[in-house]
Design a protein around this ligand. Structure first.
Ligand code: ATP
Length: 892
């Protein structure tokens, strides 16, 4: 066991060959070579061999193998080989698809490696957590996942939640002193932080003592590996459907055998025909199509900036009924600008750019805004000044800059000695600064009473007014009377009504930095308010409109003021009901009141992360499928509970990302809507494949069963049947999986997650398309069948050709509504597959040795034309059905 916790911080730095300034770049790369990347070695996933083995042990494939054994026992070598070829082909196809899907998901996972702030060459840099080496000095803040095992060098209320390692859910306060005892349990080593735990609160600095597999988590990494990837609900349902079809296949085979024997066919031949029919009914292509459609879907979503962390989410997205979104940064740009400063006795207009002359009395508000601030401004001469850190704080810095103040100089003059970090429940932040012995440099502030420390607080105005008992007017503190209170609230409301975020500024004087252990945030002197604008994002208004036409209710949940929230909601047309509910109101509601409220109200303001959880739970209880955004540490429970937890890629904390199903790479609300659309498309495509496959298989079964009843012979030989099965289920089916969005994908209501895989409408389609294909095919067969000339297999060739071409027509007819059937651009794959299937059919009929092999007769051009015409008839019939059904749903 490592004993870093028993050493002092200096000893630790020394034995790691580093300093508080961090390693040099060259030393860090040397160490990276020596220790390797900071990552846990994943137990090699499933492994290609295992994956291949699984392909061949699936129920459907096992049925095929049994069929092959039966035909081998019957001495039918060619059929045996043909069935085995199908086994191998679908096995390999399934394997390739699953392998690609797994690789794609692994690549997606790698994209969410967190970045860390580390000190190298004395400068703070952002690095990928993979690059960390022992000796690196890392800055930690609330929301970080601890990126390695580290010894704490500095702790400003640093609290770490270590449940992943110790099982203890209460966050542990970290300290820097050494401990005597070498064998303290991990949970008691309060000067250490460990890989995989979460910073719940505060800030800190720590030096890396171990990375990758050399960490405490590394030691137990093997235990943490997920045993089996879970199937999505749809995958499960489709699996059941596949099994049901396998049973139906057996029934059809038994019937076929019975009918054949009744009409006097040799038992042996009939047995083989029956087996081939069973093979034709089993949708072998299904598992491969499902896996790849979901994985390709995840990649399409990535192109639209939505990173899927969990595969089932791809599917769930399609049935989302409510999107609960933050306001700041998701609906708005998070480009904050102070446009007004409101002092108790004066409003100062702060619009415009460039330096401004502000009245002396605004100095205190600007100074506090700058001191109580963790952001920094990076500016070089060429580019616009850039904010690093929280944009709200950045706005305060830029405003103070415009008035001529510099943060660095101010902080040197008034060094920070203590702090209470911002959190979204208190909605405020406080820093304590030492006042220099000689008083302030700034003449404007000199009239502050001589104290040793000044405590600066900024935060939501309502939250500050509750703890302020004085107000700063004309250079001195006055009692906060009811009249003042009311007047200040009134100004706050006016600013908020214009969609502004308003930050209150307050201070108090202290004799001791920690106020002798008594609360810092009370008895404050209220100084003024900063009105900050944050414009709505350009693309969001249309995304909100799309959402609403798609039957999805957008809900805004924000920590901001209700009037600000309502103003932005109005601008974006989020709801027709202007009512806003606050967190406080939520807390006073009974369950039934809440249930009623969430059905009606779409704006929630001043909410805490706990309120978010209550809202999600209630919406889900009402039967909604909820997507919920979140960025903070405390958002994890809500993100995990939501059907789709959505984390912010840019401003989100690592902890929020880890709890989410999907990460928005651009933090944009419009991206959620785009992902929902992709989710719907993917679902549509899977259903499309199932409809195609079932309709075609029904057609084949009917042809086989009915032909003898109509006085025609057994319609197709086993080989012909197997060949058709391969072309349709295999080639055409795959092409259907990549269709684009339909014209009305986002104009119809969400699909209910309870809905069975195939709706009544889908089942009707399967039935009629199967019957149509069978009727046309049997008609052709009957027309050409000549019982007096059994040597000529023209009739059988017609059946064979017609079945193939009608199925091409069927697949093309099922293409996405709103695109031309022969449009190459929207989905080239399906046209390539259709052309390939057509050519292979032609080859089977006309290539001399192939036609012998299949027992076919070359057709005349006229006959071929007739069979192709049958394909067009099927295509037209499907198109008419789609047209009528879309017309009916539009008129509803
Ligand atoms: P949304 O939930 O829409 O994204 P938000 O996440 O910005 O909004 P919070 O961060 O919870 O909301 O902020 C809530 C309130 O806390 C703000 O309205 C503001 O008054 C105050 N606030 C925000 N940032 C700070 C900060 N850095 N320091 C002090 N107070 C802040």
């Amino acid at each position: 066991m490592s004993i870093w916790h028993t050493k002092s911080t200096d000893e630790v730095l020394k034995s790691l060959g580093t300093s508080a300034n961090g390693l040099s770049g060259t030393e860090a790369s040397e160490r990276l070579k020596k220790y390797g990347h900071n990552e846990l070695q994943e137990r090699a996933g499933k492994g290609p061999l295992r994956m291949l083995w699984e392909q061949f042990t699936q129920t459907m494939v096992l049925i095929l193998i049994v069929a092959a054994i039966i035909s081998a026992l019957l001495g039918k070598d060619i059929e045996t080989i043909a069935i085995l070829a199908i086994v191998v082909l679908f096995g390999v196809l399934g394997f390739v698809q699953e392998y690609r899907a797994e690789k794609a998901m692994a690549a997606l996972k790698r994209m969410v490696v967190p970045t860390v702030k580390a000190r190298r060459n004395g400068k703070v840099q952002e690095l990928s957590a993979r690059e960390l080496v022992p000796g690196d000095v890392v800055l930690l803040e609330a929301g970080n996942v601890v990126p390695a095992d580290m010894r704490v060098l500095e702790s400003a209320n640093l609290r770490v939640q270590e449940a992943a390692l110790t099982g203890e859910s209460e966050a542990v306060e970290k300290e820097t002193d050494r401990f005597e005892s070498e064998d303290l349990p991990l949970g008691d080593r309060k000067n250490m932080v460990y890989l995989g735990t979460n910073v719940a609160y505060g800030r800190g600095m720590a030096v890396v003592t171990g990375t990758g597999m050399q960490t405490e988590l590394g030691k137990i990494a093997d235990l943490l590996q997920e045993v089996e990837a879970k199937q999505t609900p749809l995958q499960k349902k489709l699996d059941q459907l596949g099994k049901l079809l396998a049973i139906l296949g057996f029934v059809a085979a038994a019937l076929m055998l019975g009918i054949g024997v009744l009409i006097g066919e040799p038992l042996e031949d009939m047995f083989l025909t029956a087996v081939s029919l069973a093979v034709a009914v089993v949708p072998e292509g299904l598992p491969a199509v499902v896996t790849i459609t979901l994985a390709i879907g995840a990649q399409r979503m990535l192109k639209r900036h939505a990173l899927m962390r969990k595969l089932p989410a791809v599917e769930t997205l399609g049935s989302v009924t409510i999107i609960c979104s933050d306001k700041t940064g998701t609906l708005t740009e998070n480009r904050m600008t102070v446009t007004s400063i409101s002092l108790p006795d004066e409003q100062i207009d702060f619009t415009g750019n460039g330096s401004v002359q502000v009245p002396e009395k605004a100095a205190l508000a600007l100074t506090i805004g700058m001191l109580c601030n963790d952001s920094i401004i990076k500016s070089d001469n060429e580019n616009e000044p850039q904010v690093i850190g929280d944009p709200t704080e950045g706005a305060l810095l830029l405003a103070a800059n415009r008035a001529g103040y510099e943060k660095e100089a101010l902080e040197q003059h008034l060094p920070r000695v203590h702090e209470e970090p911002f959190d979204s429940t208190r909605k405020r932040m406080t820093t304590v600064h030492k006042i220099p012995a000689g008083g302030f440099d700034l003449p404007e502030l000199n009239h502050l009473a001589k104290a040793s420390y000044i405590s600066c607080t900024k935060g939501a105005v309502d939250s500050l007014l509750k703890i302020s008992d004085q107000v700063w007017v004309a250079g001195r503190a006055e009692q906060m009377t009811a009249a003042w209170h009311e007047q200040l609230l009134e100004v706050n409301n006016q600013l908020a009504q214009n969609g502004m975020r308003v930050l209150g500024i307050a201070f108090r004087e202290l004799q001791e930095p920690n106020n002798h252990g008594k609360p810092l945030e009370e008895k404050l002197i209220f100084v003024g308010m900063m009105g900050i604008i944050d414009p709505p994002r350009a693309a969001v208004k249309s995304a909100v409109a799309t959402c609403r036409t798609a039957g999805i209710r957008p809900i805004m949940i924000t920590g901001d003021h209700p009037l600000t929230a309502a103003a932005i909601a109005k601008e974006l047309h989020i709801t027709d009901n202007p009512e806003a509910i606050t967190g406080e109101m939520l807390n006073n509601m009974s369950e039934t009141e809440l249930e009623e409220a969430v059905g009606r109200v779409s704006i929630y303001a001043r909410v805490s992360p706990e309120d978010k959880l209550r809202i999600v739970e209630m919406l889900q209880k009402k039967g909604d499928v909820v997507a919920m955004t979140g960025d903070g540490v405390n958002d994890s429970p809500a993100l995990k509970t939501a059907n789709i937890g959505v984390a912010m890629g840019i401003t989100g904390t690592d902890v929020a990302k880890e709890a989410s199903d999907m990460v928005l790479l651009d933090d944009n609300f419009a991206t959620i809507v785009a992902a929902v659309e992709e989710g719907r498309v993917i679902y549509d495509n899977l259903i499309r494949f199932v409809k195609f496959s079932l309709g075609g298989n029904l057609g084949k079964v009917l042809v086989m069963l009915c032909a003898p009843l109509l006085g025609i012979n057994i319609a197709l030989t086993p080989l012909q049947l197997l060949w058709l099965n391969l072309l349709t289920d295999g080639l055409m089916g795959l092409g259907l999986g990549t269709e684009p969005a339909e014209a009305d994908t986002m104009k119809r209501p969400p699909r209910s997650p309870e809905q069975s895989v195939l709706t009544r409408k889908d089942l009707i389609h399967v039935s009629w398309s199967g019957i149509l294909i069978a009727t046309i095919t049997l008609g052709m067969g009957a027309f050409y069948f000549d019982p007096t000339n059994m040597q000529d297999t023209r009739w059988q060739t017609m059946i064979f050709a017609t079945l193939g071409f009608t199925q091409i027509g069927h697949a093309l007819g099922l293409r996405a509504y709103g695109h031309s059937v022969f449009s190459l651009k929207s989905n080239p794959l399906i046209l390539v597959m259709a052309a390939l299937t057509f050519l292979l059919q032609i080859a089977a009929i006309y290539v001399p040795f192939l036609d012998k092999f299949f027992g076919l007769t070359p057709l005349s051009l006229q006959e071929l034309g007739l069979a192709v015409g049958a394909g067009f008839v099927t295509l037209t019939a499907v198109l008419i059905e789609t047209y009528l059904s879309k017309k009916r749903s539009a008129s509803l």
